[in-house]
Design a protein around this ligand. Sequence first.
Ligand code: G3P
Length: 217
Amino acid sequence: MKFFADTADTAAIAELAETGLLDGVTTNPSLIKKSGRDIMEVTKEICGLTDGPVSAEVVALDHAEMMKEAEVLRKIADNVCIKVPLTIDGLKSCKALTSDGTMVNVTLCFSASQALLAAKAGATFISPFVGRHDDNGFDGMQLIEDIRLIYDNYAFETEILVASVRHGMHVLEAAKIGADVMTAPPGVIKALFKHVLTDKGIEAFLADWKDTGQEIG
Ligand code: G3P
């Protein structure tokens, strides 16, 4: 499963990129606002920190305007992936952009039927929001299972990008289901490295090692 960072914080992205485990980045208008930076400038910088896809979201609601915004955003770098909302105009834009060889991430997906439409529109990625689904009394991971089943039934190539990931259990369940990608805030990704028994084990090994009086090398 590929790991994308869901942030526009370039310092956090650079830190994750150094682990060699970062496969791409997703942003959205809220994350751009949080960064306090200009979308063009920050997206260009992010595109230089990873070779993987970097999702940049359009804000227009009608097809013609979306295409104009996509044209601006995709010129930022070759690894820009245009993010469009799951609406009729969004999927019209998705079809046009992917037909032209541009990567498209269809976002704000909350049903398996919507995911089916996105796949039929040729989406590169579909982004079901598991956390927000859970928040509203639905089962986010069931949505991922349903989409996996449908995509496998018809051999759709659209990648399932599990979004709105809030904790490690979302990541684990996404991997068990066979999602293609998950995107999470840097804090959630960094928490995956942690285990109390790992820390305790290191502490005990280092204490015993000190008692041996040895050095390596
Ligand atoms: O990738 C979409 C994601 O940013 C939404 O996450 O936590 O705002 O629901 P959240």
